[in-house]
Design a protein. Structure first.
Length: 434
């Protein structure tokens, strides 16, 4: 097997703006049966790192099939808008990566290839993929708009030395324990928990999970926004109160949006972070594996599971094909290659993620304790974000509401149930009406 080294970035920062009409994608790059264009998401610590990871694999694909893949790694800040522009202009790639939370929104444009039984059979069949990953590939009951490529989940990462110095014997498993540990860490002049208060996507991930723990989904069963339910309000307030009331998040975190909380963690300024597979980022900032530990993200009972014991959203990257590609056969071959057991092991190892392909998960590399927590979370206690066409607007308006509430907390302004509900009412009014 070819050997590759790479670093992985932490949370994904999205530029979210949605409002397009149904239109097929296309290839404005001269695709032919012997070429494909591929937009890859920026998974590594830089675009250059991604090119070093991916290009040898694309060369291998060309060697096996005779099909050359033209690679462009697109920054997360640009990716969604680039995709939306492509759905309206017809000038897009053959194959692309999408954040799995966008699946339903992009599916509603009509631009992506539906993964019906025939197309799934062409890449080895639906049963090769983990069920939780398939849950974030489009609207339930419809043919998937994408297939899973990389899987991630949230976990609690803690600085072992800071815990030892503060006399904390074990990682917290409940929110009460998180608060207690955070206050002990604060006694030593550190911060208990790091957050990314200006990162809209990260805000949504956290309050969605807390919403599940409060019995709220942010959307009704028929797909209508429900941002002001008691559970949704309680979830947002609980998250912001880590700064506003509990004082275990430093006020400066309200402005964080570019993984600064991971830098604080690596520098010993913060004791805990809730994150998706950050181990490669820790390493790039000088932390040895023995410097940090990982535990399941907290729930009220201390035992993660389904329903109100959900402790992560199903995070990850999906692979999609534009429906009007001029090289469908080649695109299907490429997706099959990228989701093969060998490539899944190699790529997910490089990026510190977990394969959404069952056979690849059996590789010993994914038995590492730090990845075992992620794998078990995905299998038993993670839930997909709402698979509705308006999901991207939800991330924008509610993510912004949380950002504004963190700004209030940082400035010393009160964050009350009433103020949280008012922000969420305003967010709901910004959602499109059906």
């Amino acid at each position: 097997m070819r050997r590759i080294r790479a670093a992985v970035t932490g949370a994904v920062t999205l530029s979210l703006a949605f409002g397009v009409t149904a239109c097929g994608g296309g290839d404005g790059n001269g695709s032919s049966p012997k070429t494909l264009t591929y937009w890859a998401s920026n998974q590594g610590s830089s675009i250059e790192v991604d090119k070093k990871v991916l290009q040898p694999e694309l060369d291998q694909f060309e060697k096996e099939t005779g099909i050359k893949v033209k690679l462009e790694v697109v920054p997360w800040s640009d990716l969604l808008n680039r995709i939306l522009t492509a759905t309206t202009s017809g000038q897009g790639p053959d194959v692309l990566n999408i954040g799995n939370t966008w699946s339903a929104s992009l599916q509603s444009t009509g631009a992506l290839l539906p993964w019906d039984a025939k197309n799934l059979d062409a890449i080895g069949g639906k049963d090769r993929f983990v069920d939780s990953a398939l849950g974030s590939t489009g609207v339930p009951g419809k043919e998937p708009a994408a297939v899973p490529l990389y899987s991630m989940a949230y976990a609690l990462y803690y600085n072992k030395q800071l815990f030892k110095d503060a006399g904390i014997a074990k990682p917290p498993t409940t929110w009460d324990e998180v608060i207690a540990a955070g206050k002990k860490l604060g006694e030593d002049g550190k911060s208990g928990v790091g957050v990314e208060g200006s990162n809209l996507s990260n805000n949504i991930h956290q309050v969605f999970v807390l919403g599940k723990q409060h019995g709220a989904d942010f959307f009704t069963a028929d797909g209508k926004p429900d941002f002001t339910s008691d559970g949704a309000v309680a979830a947002v307030k609980q998250y912001v109160d880590l700064m506003a009331a509990q004082k275990i998040v430093a006020p400066g975190n309200a402005e964080y949006a570019q993984n600064q909380s991971l830098s604080d963690f690596a520098k010993g300024k913060t004791g805990m972070v809730l994150w998706q597979t950050p181990q490669q980022t820790f390493a790039s900032q000088g932390m040895a594996p023995e410097d940090w530990g990982v535990a399941p993200a907290p729930v009220s009972s201390g035992k993660p599971g389904q329903g109100t014991q959900t402790n992560s959203m199903v995070a990850g990257i999906n692979m999609a094909v534009f429906k009007n590609t001029k090289n469908l056969d080649g695109a299907l071959k490429f997706v099959k290659f990228m989701t093969s057991d060998e490539e899944q092991i190699l790529l997910n190892k490089a990026y510190g993620s977990v394969p959404p392909v069952k056979g690849a998960q059996k590789d010993p590399v994914f038995a590492d304790p730090s990845l075992t927590v992620i794998r078990e979370t995905l299998a038993s206690s993670a839930a997909a974000l709402p698979q509705v066409p308006e999901e991207s607007q939800f991330e924008t308006v509610v993510g912004t509401a949380v950002k504004e509430l963190f700004a209030d907390a940082a400035a010393g302004r009160p964050v009350t149930t009433e103020s949280v509900k008012a922000k969420l009412e305003k967010a709901q009014q910004q959602m499109p009406t059906k």
